[in-house]
Design a protein. Structure first.
Length: 302
């Protein structure tokens, strides 16, 4: 059995797609599938139900996921210990923060922590959700701050990696405005005039969110995908320039809405809610970590 097999399993469990997981792992899909099958052979049971679309974890797979997270965490901790990894200064806290949140939510939130808790030195790594979760499991960061959607769970064992909710934020489609402050483009579009669609890159958290919105909408929609990016700021720039419709978190477009550069591009059925979460490793008992967590517990959302 190889560590690579377990990391592959966690990737496909998170992505619910062999092709996207293989892409994230920089592997061909055939080689990736063989490694998953090797893991299942070693464990002795099927971990993934391939008859479902998208693929889903079997009951054994769901149980194994918790063990897998722990195994990866312990191995990375052992490696760091054996390499003589230097511990962070007592007052330093390492955060992995989702790209968009690092520009919108995190600066103000961290400023409030400073005001309440005093001096905290932050080392921030901007990452996508999956890479951030991996960094937390590997012990490379103390906290993960990310979005959560009920249909796209973060693959972490909450017994080992508990979380708190920091807030809620809506995500909906936006378009640039015409001279009458009306959207240049508006959902659902039509077969004759499909809406130019500014999409997130395959494998990103936001592309899954938008896909779920479109799949669950009762109204037929007509979109022409004309642009892709993994960054919400890039999508926003394209929206402001009048290139089409893009889904964006509300904090990302607060200024543009105030300045009436953009507006909603559809009714409420195209809107979804995101939760902002912070995760930690339960076995990390550094005083600065415990102090920060205790404060967040006492002031958590009701």
């Amino acid at each position: 059995m190889e560590l690579e097999w377990i990391e592959d399993f966690l990737a496909v469990a998170n992505e619910r797609s062999f092709s996207r997981a293989a892409s994230q792992r920089n592997s061909s899909q055939s080689a990736f599938s063989r490694r998953i099958q090797s893991l299942e052979t070693w464990v002795g049971v099927d971990l993934i139900d391939r008859s479902r679309n998208p693929p889903a974890l079997t009951p054994a797979g769901r149980a194994f996921r918790g063990f897998a997270c722990g195994i990866v965490h312990q191995l990375y901790q052992a490696r760091n210990t054996l390499r003589g990894k230097v511990e962070a200064p007592d007052h330093e806290v390492k955060f992995s923060v989702a790209f968009t949140l690092s520009l919108t939510f995190f600066p103000t939130w961290f400023s409030n922590l400073h005001a309440k808790l005093g001096q905290i030195a932050a080392q921030v790594s901007e990452m996508n959700v999956m890479d951030g979760a991996t960094a937390l499991v590997a012990g490379e960061v103390d906290f993960l701050v990310c979005y959560h959607h009920p249909h796209i769970p973060v693959l972490l064992d909450i017994e080992r990696y508990p979380y708190l909710s920091l807030g809620l934020e809506s995500m909906q489609p936006y378009s640039a405005c015409d001279e009458n402050a009306k959207p240049l483009y508006e959902l659902p579009g039509s077969a004759e005039r499909p809406v130019p669609f500014l999409s997130y890159t395959a494998g990103t958290f936001f592309v899954h969110v938008v896909d779920m919105v479109l799949l669950n909408s009762p109204t037929p929609h007509f979109l022409n995908r004309c642009y892709q990016s993994q960054m919400s700021e890039a999508i926003k720039a394209m929206v402001v320039a009048g290139n089409g419709v893009g889904w964006l978190p509300e904090q990302c477009v607060a200024r543009e809405l105030r300045e009436k550069k953009i507006t909603n591009a559809g009714s409420g059925e195209w809107k979804t809610q995101l939760e902002i979460r912070i995760y930690r490793c339960a076995s990390n008992h550094r005083p600065v970590i415990e102090n920060l967590w205790d404060y967040l517990v006492q002031n958590r959302m009701q």
